[in-house]
Design a protein around this ligand. Structure first.
Ligand code: ADP
Ligand code: MG
Ligand code: MG
Length: 916
């Protein structure tokens, strides 16, 4: 027995997408569920791989004989005969791999036609127009896909005939016109290939199967797989589906269309889609005629509309997922031609998840698992903020929601080029084709003048979560002259436009964007997530506005407040600089005394916003020279000031104390200085002191230098000030009835002794503040774990620390001995490309190395302090795969940037469900 390469739709295993491709597996599933599908069979992806691996590109032996056997069954099933001159069976030969790659591979329709079978078809249907329409479609599609004849050559001939007949649309052509089209198409093929069009149906079939196999290795398909990171273990090779043709182009009682069981733009529970009467499948997607919305069918073909609704319900209750399906009506009979899980934007994913769970179609857990945490990122996409005085210059169909502005670009190549230069572009096309895909990647949004909501442009944009306005009639693009006419406006390439994919409006110029709002559906979904998750999700937030936003996103506290961001505020920086350049302890204390009330106010604000959630404050971490200007900058400034001092002329004196020096009457002053020589001297002196300080603080390797707790122990008064500010702020909040839970966290710790010293200060100041305010403050004390030694000594550190937080950015640097910038700029890409390292460890937590350290530290820490609270506050804390790992090693919480909080909440739920 030779290997089975072919499965009938009534036998194939509908779950085996890897073997049968998604389309083939689902066609089997549909057939076996009793949904009306035209009969057919699938050639496996294994056959495709066998063919592609063969040096001479031969089909696997016995494949064609198995195909012929199945053809015989198909003939029995349909009562037609392949290649027959009386009742010819026509076929579609369709690609389909394990993962859906819309439009990336090839399909040939109406296969089996030649002058003889055409006659048979004429007799069988008694419909000349239809027969020639089918024939010309076959010649063009087969010519293009299987023989490599450029589409443009056919289009040219087709236009000629249309012109001669004086019509605009293909449906207006007569049978005779179409017969002319066939004749010239056959001529086109002969001229281009140097050979006559193959007439033998079996030869056609074999060529077509090979062509579909080959399309797996076509440029489009390869680009797509690279972009969407589709690896061979996800999808390898394409299957070939051979299906009896059903005809949507037989008459006005026939139609073809595509539908979604729910609206993929909003998620609303209504059928969504488009159809064309008297047309064949590709017409809808290609945007040749603008199709009608499915709702119109309720009036135009009420019985069929009812059947379509039944089909929709069957599809959803069977697959328990929103379906994206294709159908064709042949003379009043509805066939389902394909179904797959619908691709939706995040808004629709969230809404359908919540509603399907509430309808009882899926469980809450399934509702959560349906959504990849990363896709929530789309919900943070901005919307257009349209004021009353801006009017759209054109409008089209709202094909993929969201707003986007950018430079109008009229072809995909240029869009790609400009996108790579970092420019924001909007791809503007009459219609798009699969070969434009690289232009999509580079664009902020897509605007087309032809095609509907299921046109290529719309489908692809929705898949990518990019805004798209489709079918904006009245836009004429002239790619050659590089301009477009939009109504009465002429847009030249380079002009900025804005599109609103939620309304279909197109604007001239840039329209401001506003942040997306947190929908109630998302709130519901995330509340389900919180109920399932074990990990708590905190936010990294340094200033009140961050904290407010984090709360809106559902943060359960602040896991990391970096005090340096408060120091960097321009109004405080001068005081911080005074503190740094102080030569004596007294001078430093003076500066710190000025900083204390400011920091206290900062913390009071944060505590009040976050109450009653915990706020973890990390004491000063970076090396202090980071607060001073760069050495060269100071040298230049001093130079200029000294020159000025010599000659105060040439300055524009604005007031007694301020003068500006301008270069060439420029509006931007180079330096602002006091006009008074004595004050100027003081300024120069201060800059010189700063310069000396910068030089004395210079370190060879600042990230491993004088920073964190090492700095804190060198200048106890800095940490003491911060500790006091935290505790006094807490006391004042408590006095005001605000429930606060501050946590003090020490950075860069490597030994318990460091913690012990700082803890003594905390204890002293704590007592002091409590007695001054006469109240009890709950404040815990913890340590960052971001030094390898700290992880190894976790058991010890836990004697002093009440909690740990992994700083995985530093810990990754330390574990690899990579400095991040150098690694990412110099060798990491090469390492990744050559698979020396799979990922960038600064983006994806290195579970095997850094993760191992973390796991041990958790274990050892809890050996000393059972149930100890342990979290993570590095960038990794917001990445789903790292969050999964954090769950596995038993962390208490993750902390990430505010906008990633929703993603982390969902990821935390996924982790908990996966762990069951
Ligand atoms: P794609 O993967 O690009 O969607 P398909 O294999 O689904 O390619 O085919 C494209 C279109 O051809 C479909 O939308 C469908 O309408 C039409 N088609 C495919 N097979 C048949 C068939 N057996 N009868 C009628 N139309 C078909
Ligand atoms: Mg399809
Ligand atoms: Mg750090």
């Amino acid at each position: 027995m030779s290997k089975t390469w072919v499965y009938s739709f009534s036998d194939g295993n509908g779950k085996d997408k890897k073997l049968l491709g998604g389309k083939g597996a689902n066609l089997c599933e549909l057939t076996q569920t009793g949904i009306r599908v035209p009969p057919g069979f699938v050639i496996t992806t294994e056959a495709c791989l066998g063919y592609l691996e063969d040096e001479k590109h031969r089909l696997p032996p016995s494949l064609m004989s198995q195909v012929t056997d199945h053809l015989r069954l198909l003939e029995l099933n349909t009562g037609k005969k392949f290649g027959d001159a009386l009742k010819p069976l026509l076929l579609s030969v369709r690609s389909g791999s394990a993962l859906s790659m819309p439009g990336m591979m090839d399909t040939i329709l109406n296969l089996g036609l030649n002058p003889d079978t055409l006659k048979g078809l004429l007799v069988a249907t008694d419909n000349e127009r239809f027969c020639y329409d089918v024939y010309r479609r076959f010649i063009q599609l087969f010519g293009k896909v299987a023989l490599g004849v450029p589409d443009a050559l056919f289009d040219e001939e087709f236009e000629k005939v249309k012109e001669r007949a004086g019509v605009k649309q293909d449906v207006e052509l007569s049978a005779w016109d179409l017969s002319d089209v066939c004749t010239s198409f056959l001529q086109v093929v002969k001229q281009f290939t140097g050979k006559p069009f193959p007439h033998d149906p079996y030869e056609q079939l074999e060529i077509a199967i090979k062509a579909v196999f080959n399309s797996w290795m076509g440029k489009r398909a390869i680009d797509y797989r690279r972009e969407f990171k589709i690896t061979p273990d996800m999808a390898n090779g394409t299957a070939v589906n051979i299906v009896a043709m059903v005809f949507g182009n037989m008459s006005n009682k026939s139609a073809t269309g595509v539908g979604f069981t729910r609206d993929p733009g909003t998620g609303e529970n209504v059928i969504f889609g488009e159809y064309l009467v008297n047309a064949q499948g590709e017409d809808v997607v290609a945007g040749i005629r603008t199709p009608k919305p499915i709702a119109a069918m309720a009036h135009e073909m009420p019985d069929l509309f009812r059947e379509l609704m039944e089909l929709r319900n069957k599809l959803e209750s069977h697959f328990k997922e929103v379906q994206d399906f294709e159908f064709t009506i042949e003379e009043g009979i509805l066939y389902c031609l394909q179904t797959r899980n619908g691709k939706m934007n995040a808004t629709a994913m969230v809404r359908t998840s919540v509603e399907m769970a509430e309808e009882g179609l899926i469980t809450k857990e399934q509702a959560l698992l349906r959504i990849k945490p990363e896709t929530l990122e789309q919900l943070l996409f901005p919307r257009l903020n349209i004021s009353d005085d801006v009017a759209p210059i054109a409008s089209g169909l709202p094909a993929s929601p969201g707003g986007a502005s950018g430079i109008a670009v009229f072809d995909a190549d240029r869009a790609e080029k400009m996108g790579r230069e970092g420019l924001k572009v909007i791809l503007v096309r009459e219609e798009t084709k699969p070969e434009d895909i690289h232009g999509f990647f580079a664009s902020q949004g897509i605007l087309t003048s032809r095609g509907g909501k299921t046109s290529h442009a719309a489908v692809v944009a929705r898949g990518m979560g990019k805004p798209c306005v489709a079918g904006a009639e009245g836009i004429h693009v002239d790619v050659r002259l590089r301009h477009a006419l939009i109504g009465k406006y002429q847009i030249t390439e380079g002009d900025v436009i804005t599109i609103d994919g939620s309304t279909g409006a197109v604007y001239l110029g840039e329209v401001p964007l506003i942040d997306a709002e947190f929908s109630s559906d998302l709130a519901t979904l995330l509340s389900w997530a919180d109920a399932v998750a074990r990990l708590k999700v905190m936010a990294n937030a340094d200033i009140p506005s961050d904290a407010k936003r984090a709360l809106k996103f559902g943060a359960m506290g602040i896991g990391l407040c970096r005090t340096e961001r408060m120091f960097n505020d321009p109004s405080r920086l001068p005081i911080v600089i005074d503190m740094i350049i102080a030569d004596t302890k007294e001078d430093r204390q003076k500066a710190l005394d000025r900083l204390l009330p400011i920091q206290r106010e900062d913390f009071k604000n944060l505590f009040t916003i976050m109450a009653p959630c915990p706020v973890t404050i990390r004491l000063l971490d970076p090396p202090i020279h980071e607060f001073l200007p760069q050495e060269q900058h100071l040298v230049d400034e001093i130079d200029i000031l000294r020159n000025l001092r010599k000659n105060l002329r040439g300055m524009k004196v604005l007031s007694e104390n301020v003068a500006f020096m301008f270069q060439h009457d420029d509006v931007h002053p180079i330096v602002q200085t006091p006009a008074d020589p004595e004050l100027l001297d003081a300024v120069i002196l201060k800059k010189e002191t700063m310069l000396n300080k910068v030089r004395s603080l210079h370190e060879v390797n600042p990230m491993l230098g004088h920073r964190g707790v090492r700095l804190g122990l060198t200048f106890p008064e800095i940490y003491s000030m911060q500790i006091r500010a935290i505790l006094e702020a807490a006391a004042e909040c408590l006095k005001n009835g605000v429930d606060v839970h501050p946590e003090i966290m020490i950075p860069q710790v490597c030994t318990a002794q460091e913690l012990k010293r700082v803890k003594e200060w905390v204890t002293d100041i704590h007592k002091d503040v409590e007695s001054a305010y006469r109240l009890t403050i709950n404040c815990s004390f913890g340590s960052m774990l971001e030094v390898v030694r700290a992880c190894m000594r976790a058991e010890n550190l836990a004697e002093e620390a009440e909690f740990f937080s992994f700083g995985t950015n530093d810990l990754t640097q330390a574990t690899f001995s990579f400095s991040r910038e150098d690694a990412e700029n110099k060798f990491l890409p090469m390492y990744n490309m050559n698979h020396i390292l799979q990922d960038n460890p600064f983006e994806v937590l290195d579970v095997k190395g850094v993760g191992k350290l973390m796991e041990l530290a958790v274990l050892w820490g809890r050996a000393t302090r059972p149930g100890m609270k342990v979290g993570i506050c590095g960038e990794h804390g917001g990445h789903p795969s790292s969050i999964e790992f954090c769950h596995q090693i038993g962390l208490t919480y993750v902390s990430c940037s505010g906008p990633r909080v929703p993603i982390a909440r969902l990821a935390a739920a996924h982790a908990a469900i996966h762990a069951r």
